[in-house]
Design a binder for this molecule. Sequence first.
Ligand SMILES: Nc1ncnc2c1ncn2[C@@H]1O[C@H](COP(=O)(O)OP(=O)(O)OP(=O)(O)O)[C@@H](O)[C@H]1O
Length: 720
Amino acid sequence: MIRFEQVTRRYEADGRPALDDVTVEFYRGDFAFLIGASGSGKSTLLRMILREGLPQRGKVTVAGQNLGLMLDRRVPDFRRSIGMVFQDFRLLPDKTVFDNVAFAMRVLGTKRSAIRKRVTKVLEKVDLAHLAKRYPHEISGGEQQRAAIARAIVNSPAILLADEPTGNLDPRASAEVMKVLRWINASGTTVIMATHDRAIVDQANSRVVQLHRGRLVRDEPHGFYDAPEGSAAWDVLAQEEGESGLRAHDPAPLKTGVVPMLPPSSAEGPGDEHAFSDHAEEHPDDHREDLAPAPGEDPAVLDFDEDPVLRETTPQDYSEQLEGMELTAEEFDAQLADPHDVPTAEHPAYEHENNSAADDSDSDPDSDPDSYPDDDEHLGNPEDAEDIEPEHNESEGTGEKNSFGANPAGDHLEGDDLDEDSSELPEHEAQFEDEADLEHEEQTGLRVTWPEHLRDGALGHDVPEPHGDFNGTEMPDLEQDGYTEAEDEPDDFSGEPALEELPEQPVPEEPVRQDFMDQEPLTRGSLEESPTGKLAPIAPAPIPPAPAAPAPVEPARVAAPLRRLPPMYPTLPPPAPPQAVSQPAAAAQEPPSRPRLSWLAHAEDEGAGSESPVVAARLSRALPLETRGSEAPGSETPGSEAPRSETHQPERPRPETHDPGNIPAGSPQESAPAAPAVRAVPRPKSSASQSTYTDARRTAEHLGIKKSRRSILRRLRRDV
Ligand SMILES: Nc1ncnc2c1ncn2[C@@H]1O[C@H](COP(=O)(O)OP(=O)(O)OP(=O)(O)O)[C@@H](O)[C@H]1O
């Protein structure tokens, strides 16, 4: 499904390659851990699957498509079949959980009713339905990550990439996130997870792919974090951990330990370094110069020769393992020609089509999730989410209002309600765009054909960035960019839509897998069922009717080190002392180097029944959730902080009081000019807006939406 063939990727022409002659394949339904020291190339590999950066040498193939040959305009479609989750969650701080998940569909221009149904189901599946109205800073880190996962899977990706998804979580929250990921994988979705978390890898008994300085040094079908002792990969691990002052069998330098905190001096290490690494804002266009091969040099050979460990452990050491895992050309073709690889009734695209007729006449109420959590009918029947449609006749435009709207009495919708629908282009804008297309047709004789996802108000036009150095971390200077408040929009569109003369490329078939919505939903009970937080081994994913990829040949495991895992919850009674404490287990008693984040919010959600006096004392000092929104900046406890929360001042209407029909004076909606040719460009006024914009931009990027600050700002204006 995902194949790297002798891939070399370097960011700087004269620098060490981030990936160096890597050959590896991930199969449909895989659950693979990507491990390696900080800087070993894990994130680079994940991003290359997203086609964020192309190799200077070698080939990356995803679902049969050579990414090096993929046209740029195909990339957004391609990325929609891949979900991505990050260590720092990257939720939009000014949007509720519901809206964060919905945003991933709104930016694609999905119909509002379809969004509501899908988001409802996904939140139920990850057990966040009861928190749909909360803002990111009002939920724990684990819940934030589950919301981020919900956002990543809401468009039913065939592949889910997770870059240290548990890196900021305590063991219990990590266990919950892992359960969600396992559940997604059980539906056939390929999951590749970069991690430093030794405990999670060891308990999963899943595939382990290890990188060292950009080179693949291990690929075990069922591995532990530590390579088999005495193997070449063990030596590599020992060397890199030796360099960092740790032994190869020491606990991972992250938060997998349990008990007390490390002294401050011990908190430094590769893990912490990694925790703050963030290259995810990179865009392939940012490194166009990287696409050229390094002039007259074979860095792979040079680096290999200079690396004493790799010199001892030649690549041939792993060739036997890899040989057994290669698909033959026939097998690969057969996999791609899978007759099941067609959209199914469960596929959201299909659902979208089927619903489109109803949607067209849908006098949808606002998707304001305020009413959603109160909708006992749905919350009480998460298994019966499909019953939504028969119970409520959408074509009559009233059923969903009764189900989801803040208006169970069935009051008629007001015009403002409809205006809030971000999936529907405001009339003057829609008319305007049509006119622009017609004008273009008249002038050139060529009819404009917009891609499907851009037609219905998606507004994801590919507008070139006015400033090449803008990296999404600051607000754009609209005036410097030549924008004015009442600017005539089409003058800015220097990018051209696709013309009819160009043949439409066929949309790649998405690998068929069991829709994860068919899986049993996770419940709070199931997420917390393990009092020890111990993860059950990941069951081999049932790969239904699709032809099974050839099973990787498991190499003979050489004396895998026995390690007894530490308990994961410090507040629980200590387990019986181990009968034989191995060296790694003894080392695992060392205190963790990373403070547990978001423990407070999490404990609070669980009620005041904590038996821990420390927790009780901290809880007694904490504000109740309902009052957090009015806390002064910086008054939040470190444990409840969310990424970028320092830039978010929650001075915005709470969802409970949000009335879409009550648009404040001077808001973009109210001040929108009636004349179609002139439209206000919103200018974010606060740091919260800036943060929201930045996150929206990132989200759009990782969803494959071309960067366009204008379209993102417009989207935000309608959503907020
Ligand atoms: N955008 C970039 N520009 C230049 N060099 C980069 C860029 N991104 C990564 N690198 C370099 O490529 C190498 C691999 O980085 P990568 O982020 O893939 O490692 P990693 O294994 O994911 O590390 P970590 O565990 O810390 O996230 C590193 O040497 C890094 O400095």
